[in-house]
Design a protein around this ligand. Structure first.
Ligand code: CA
Length: 415
């Protein structure tokens, strides 16, 4: 989805903030059950079958047992909807403000506090063993799968073989498919339970198969690394193991919201690190309290002047290894801070490109829904749902149906 540095991220090229984005745009769904894969029908496809026959020979040559191959491909098939998703990956135009609004919506914070309470003991043990704070692990869980409520329902062998056969990124997906077969060979999960996103990100923490093989752990000691189970223990520990192996430094902060003085001209960038003393003498401070001890920091202000800025420490770069998007890492970090009891950001984002503030966009959504044009979650994020509600209202009111929010439109709604 257009994120820089995707090739080095955990998901390779894959959809940046899929979990946050989809969770922000879709309504409902708080149950823990993984939904059936009715929306992802497999269809007969001679080309896919021929490709699979060749792939099975390659997999057998690399030591995957015939029994594993037979079980993996029994009932597997070509999924046209996966290719549709691959072709229709939208350019992600959402701002950092949108990301943070979705990642730390009231609903997600409330789910997160409940999840922290429910999994507190296991998260405390994970924190002790891997040195990654419980709230950071919980935040990754919240962003990746909405605390386990959206783990993905697509059969992984079918999805990956469809994408590998399709060939747009064939080599990458063949590697992932091979890694998925190794997981089945090791007996961590059965083919039927091995589900994930349309692109093969699996379980509570949305690991792709190669990441699973490199980092997943059997935390409850039952002999299987099970990131798919309702019990998220193995998945949470696996996420912590991944961050620790990537270089997470225990006891250090990831970032702090920074106040940048008027007239600051010292530049931005997470790689342009300076000592905290140097930042202080440049007039850069924390917006609340003293600067935390975390070594050198870079200063970023992703949305430009007059919007929130952050001093980012070494651990911010480790969050980026999970997904190489600054908006992703800031969403995870800020959600972790909020789950730790910190308040919302001090600095606001100001009006958006349509001249509306977050509060006004939320009011717009509430007004639309109250008038019978469902704008979805009141999160202040103008996505497809809100745009459709605007158009629906405009049509009913005899206005030009352009679907564009504005202050004038909000005033019209207020009557
Ligand atoms: Ca286990």
């Amino acid at each position: 989805m257009g994120f820089a540095g995707r090739q080095v991220s955990r998901r390779g090229f894959m959809s940046g903030l899929a979990a946050v984005g989809l969770a922000g745009c879709q309504a409902g769904g708080t149950g823990l059950a993984v939904r059936p894969s009715a929306a992802w029908p497999r269809v007969p496809d001679a080309g896919w079958q021929a490709w699979v026959a060749g792939f099975r020979r390659r997999a057998a040559a690399r030591g995957i047992p015939a029994r594993t191959l037979a079980a993996a491909f029994r009932g597997a098939g070509y999924i046209p909807a996966v290719i549709e998703r691959d072709r229709n990956q939208f350019q992600d135009r959402r701002s950092l403000e949108d990301y943070l609004a979705i990642a730390t919506s009231d609903e997600r914070l409330s789910l997160g506090r409940a999840a922290l309470a429910r999994q507190g003991r296991v998260l405390a043990r994970v924190e002790t063993q891997f040195g990654v704070p419980a709230e950071v692990i919980a935040a990754i869980w919240g962003v990746e799968s909405r605390f386990g409520t959206r783990r993905g329902e697509v059969p992984v062998i079918s999805a990956l073989s469809t994408l590998a056969y399709d060939g747009r990124r064939g080599r990458f997906f063949e590697n992932q498919l091979m890694a998925a077969l190794k997981i089945l060979q090791q007996g961590d999960v059965t083919p039927a339970r091995m589900t994930g996103s349309w692109a093969g990100a699996m379980g509570h923490t949305q690991f792709i198969p190669t990441t699973f093989n490199a980092y997943a752990v059997d935390f409850d000691g039952d002999g299987r690394r099970d990131i798919w189970a309702n019990d998220p223990g193995d998945a949470l520990a696996s996420a912590a193991a991944y961050l620790r192996a990537s270089g997470w430094r225990p006891g250090q902060p990831w970032a702090v919201e920074a106040g940048v003085p008027d007239g600051y001209s010292g530049g931005f960038g997470r790689r342009a690190t300076r000592s905290l003393a140097a930042w202080r003498s440049a007039g850069v401070q924390a917006t609340r309290g003293p600067l935390p001890q975390g070594g050198a920091a870079g200063l970023i202000q992703p949305q430009g002047a007059g919007t929130p800025a952050f001093l980012v420490f070494h651990n911010f770069n480790i969050l980026l290894k999970y997904n190489a998007s600054e908006k992703y890492a800031l969403s995870v970090g800020h959600l972790a801070d909020r789950l730790s009891g910190a308040g919302a950001l001090v600095q606001g984002f100001g009006p958006d490109e349509h001249g509306l503030t977050l509060l006004q966009r939320k009011e717009l959504q509430r007004q639309l829904t109250a008038r019978g044009h469902d704008a979805g979650a009141v999160d202040g994020v103008i996505g497809k749902g809100t745009e459709a509600a605007i158009r629906s209202y405009q049509r009913a009111a005899g206005l030009p149906a352009d679907g564009v929010p504005s202050l004038a439109f909000l005033q019209h709604l207020r009557g």
